[in-house]
Design a protein around this ligand. Structure first.
Ligand code: FRU
Length: 294
C-alpha cells in the first residue's frame, strides 16, 4: 500500500454488465478520488455468485480495512459476508441485502416504498382507487434478491385491493435483463389479447417489454412502469414517451464510501441509511435530463 494511503477499502460489485451497476461503479470511484487517503479495490463478480464469493475471499485475504459489497443474491453471498465479519472487517452491504444483520451498515433505497409508489401510480393509471380496471404484466428482477421481493410486495399492497385489476403472469423473472424481459413480454402478448400495464422491476426490463410490444404493434395500448431512473436510460425513455414512469433508485456508491470512511475515522454510523426516491414522469423527465447535461 502506498505510504499516503491510510485506508484500503474493498468493493465487491455483483456485475458490471448492467447500466445501473456501471453508474454505481463510477459513483464510488469518483467519491474515492476525493479522498487521497483511500485505496479503493473494485472487483467484478461477473453476474456469478461463485465469482463474487471468490472476490470477497480475495479481499479478506488482502486485509482490507473495510468491505463494501453489493451482492448478486442474498443466500449465496451470506457465508462470505459472515467470514469477513468474523475476520473483524467492517462490512457495508449496499443495495441488495444478505441473510444476516451482523454487518456494520446497510445503504440502499427503500424498495418496499418504491414498489408501493409504483403500485399506487398503476392504480391511478388504470382508473383510480376502487375503479381501476386492467390486465397487468409484472416482470420480476432476480428471484434470489431482496429488491425484487420488496418491489413486488409494495406494488401488490395497492393493486391487490383492486378487484378490477388482473395479474396475468405468475412470478416470471427476467433477472433484471432487457432481453429476458423482451422474451417474457413477447410470450405474454401472444397469450393475451389485452394487456394494459407492465410493471418491470427495473427500467431495462420495462424497456425490453416496451420493445416487444412495439414489435407486435401494441405499444400504444400499454403503459410501462420501471425503476432506476438513470438519466441516459429510464428518464430518457420516459421523456420519449416509451415508458410512462420510472422511480429513482439512486446508486449507493458515493454514500456507501462516505459512510465507510466515517466509520473508519471513528464516528458512529447508523445501521441503515436509506436513499431517497422520486417519481419520474413526462412532467419532470426533461428537466432531469437537462440537469444531467443531456
Ligand atoms: C442492476 C439492478 C438495477 C436494480 C438493482 C436491484 O443490477 O438490476 O437495475 O435496480 O440491480 O438490486
Amino acid at each position: 500500500m502506498a505510504q499516503d494511503k491510510k485506508w484500503r477499502i474493498g468493493f465487491s460489485q455483483a456485475t458490471t454488465i448492467e447500466p445501473w451497476r456501471a453508474q454505481f461503479n463510477k459513483d464510488i470511484i469518483a467519491e474515492a478520488a476525493k479522498h487521497p487517503e483511500v485505496e479503493l479495490i473494485v472487483t467484478d463478480g461477473e453476474d456469478k455468485t461463485e465469482k463474487q464469493v471468490a472476490d470477497v475471499e480475495n479481499l479478506i485475504r488482502q486485509e482490507v480495512n473495510a468491505l463494501l459489497i453489493s451482492p448478486k443474491e442474498s443466500a449465496g453471498l451470506t457465508g462470505v459476508v459472515q467470514q469477513a465479519i468474523d475476520a473483524k472487517i467492517p462490512v457495508f452491504v449496499l443495495d441488495r441485502n444478505v441473510e444476516t444483520d451482523q454487518y456494520t451498515q446497510f445503504v440502499g433505497g427503500d424498495n418496499k416504498l418504491i414498489g408501493r409508489a409504483a403500485g399506487e401510480y398503476a392504480v391511478e393509471l388504470l382508473g383510480g382507487k376502487g375503479k381501476a380496471q386492467g390486465n397487468v404484466v409484472e416482470i420480476w428482477g432476480g428471484m434470489g434478491t431482496q429488491p425484487a421481493h420488496d418491489r413486488h410486495d409494495g406494488f401488490h399492497e395497492f393493486t391487490d385491493k383492486e378487484p378490477g385489476i388482473k395479474q396475468l403472469l405468475d412470478q416470471q423473472s427476467g433477472d433484471w435483463k432487457q432481453d429476458q424481459a423482451y422474451n417474457i413480454m413477447a410470450t405474454a402478448l401472444r397469450n393475451n389479447e389485452k394487456i394494459d400495464l407492465v410493471y418491470g422491476h427495473n427500467d431495462p426490463m420495462a424497456y425490453g417489454a416496451y420493445l416487444a410490444a412495439k414489435d407486435a404493434g401494441r405499444e400504444k395500448d400499454i403503459k410501462f412502469i420501471g425503476i432506476d431512473a438513470l438519466p441516459g436510460e429510464g428518464v430518457t425513455w420516459v421523456n420519449n414517451g416509451e415508458l410512462t414512469a420510472t422511480f429513482l433508485y439512486a446508486t449507493p456508491g458515493a454514500e456507501g464510501l462516505r459512510q465507510a470512511l466515517k466509520f473508519l475515522n471513528g464516528e458512529k454510523v447508523e445501521k441503515t441509511v436509506t436513499l431517497d426516491t422520486m417519481k419520474v414522469t413526462k412532467e419532470n423527465a426533461g428537466q432531469i435530463m437537462k440537469d444531467n447535461g443531456l
